[in-house]
Design a protein around this ligand. Structure first.
Ligand SMILES: Cc1cc2nc3c(=O)[nH]c(=O)nc-3n(C[C@H](O)[C@H](O)[C@H](O)COP(=O)(O)OP(=O)(O)OC[C@H]3O[C@@H](n4cnc5c(N)ncnc54)[C@H](O)[C@@H]3O)c2cc1C
Length: 337
């Protein structure tokens, strides 16, 4: 394991914040992960796993070791009567992997096209978009326990997936280095086209995984700022899931408040973007940090902002939404520092 010292993390986070990591290493094979676990147990230095850095905000320099996941490989493990089981290395680019499955003729992941980042980070927050979540096609994952060096396998129950959350994000963050993920893709496609934006866009005879992927990609490009052009981490806040009573109180004062009943009875999800927009903060900017003019949920680095600048914008949004709606916004990315 080759450990570098004092490495800029600017190329490793999509906010393009120029934080520095005290130590840095690349994880390219399983042996590297086991060496990392040994190093961690011996040195007791904090370790942060990083894939594409598209769900991270570095408020300050990182005092430990950043382990950049570069584990590659993708293959169809086997097929049964109803599905194919596809395994990908954690360092594979998520969108390239989705397109590869489509090229092989496997449908399922098309609604999750163009989400930045890596395969290994996708289960961490149970990525979701356009009516589909990773959990819908997840089968199992392999990981290494940093505390013991043991190789473990997690099935869907073990992962405790929920809305933008999992065991790896909120219960044991940073303990397990995910090395590979296996997906179960049904042989009979199950198109999910009832989500706003996709509805009525494709005729029945036009539907294919490639077309859905292209459509989702076009919509995403038109709605979200491209991190390669303007630093951002996508949605900065989760959509709040409220008790119905609380949501009804808000609706009594703001009749247009969006509300989406959840599977769990008595819970309503509302739109964080709508709440921020109502506070007049879309496009809000202080120096180089601000809120996107395209999307009220996306915080942006116009160039040269620090993580602290971006976090201060986040705090302004949290306070404004609390004051107006008594709802507390919860950040979606992991905030370091
Ligand atoms: C423009 C844009 C649009 C986005 N749209 C969406 C969207 O529609 N839906 C959605 O859900 N997300 C979205 N995101 C957020 C982000 O793309 C996803 O959360 C993605 O899965 C993060 O992948 P990453 O490799 O960049 O993770 P990173 O940012 O590198 O890491 C995220 C978290 O995962 C952990 N992690 C990373 N790799 C591993 C590993 N191998 N083992 C264990 N833990 C690991 C990290 O420690 C960290 O806690 C968007 C982001 C951007 C910039």
């Amino acid at each position: 394991m080759n450990i570098l010292e004092t490495v800029s993390l600017k190329p490793y986070n999509t906010f393009r914040v120029d934080a520095v990591s005290r130590y840095f290493t690349r994880i390219q094979k399983l042996e590297d992960v086991q060496n990392l676990a040994r190093w961690y147990q011996h040195s007791k230095t904090p370790v942060l796993f990083v894939g594409g850095g598209s769900n991270l905000l570095f408020k300050e320099d990182y005092p430990g070791l950043v382990a950049h996941c570069e584990l590659s490989g993708k293959t169809c493990l086997y097929a049964d009567e109803s599905a194919r089981y596809i395994r990908a290395g954690a360092g594979e680019n998520w969108h390239d992997f989705v397109r590869w499955t489509i090229d092989q003729g496997y449908a399922g992941l098309e609604n999750l096209s163009l989400i930045p980042g890596t395969v290994g980070a996708a289960p961490v927050q149970n990525i979701g978009a356009y009516g589909v979540e990773l959990v819908d096609y997840f089968y199992s994952l392999d990981a290494v326990d940093m505390q013991t060096g043991e190789v473990c396998q997690f099935d869907v129950q073990d992962c405790q997936f929920s809305y933008r959350d999992s065991f790896f994000k909120s219960i044991q963050p940073g303990r397990y280095f995910i090395t590979a993920v296996t997906f179960r893709l049904p042989k009979q496609p199950e198109w999910k086209l009832d989500y706003a934006g996709l509805q009525g866009q494709l005729d029945d005879h036009q539907i294919s995984a490639r077309r859905v992927s292209d459509l989702v990609s076009d919509i995403r490009r038109s709605k979200l700022p491209d991190p390669a052009v303007m630093g951002n981490a996508g949605s900065f806040f989760k959509n709040p899931v409220l008790e119905e009573k609380v949501w009804l109180e808000i609706r009594a004062r703001f009749p247009e408040v969006p509300g989406y009943p959840q599977k769990e009875e008595g819970l309503i999800k509302t739109s964080a973007a709508w709440l921020i927009d109502q506070c007049g903060l879309k496009g809000y900017r202080v120096g180089a940090a601000g809120v996107s003019e395209q999307h009220a949920l996306v915080l942006v680095n116009h160039g040269g902002a620090t993580g602290k600048h971006i976090w201060s914008i986040a705090e302004t949004l949290i306070r404004a939404v609390e004051d107006r709606f008594s709802v507390t916004l919860e950040p979606e990315p992991r905030v370091i520092g």
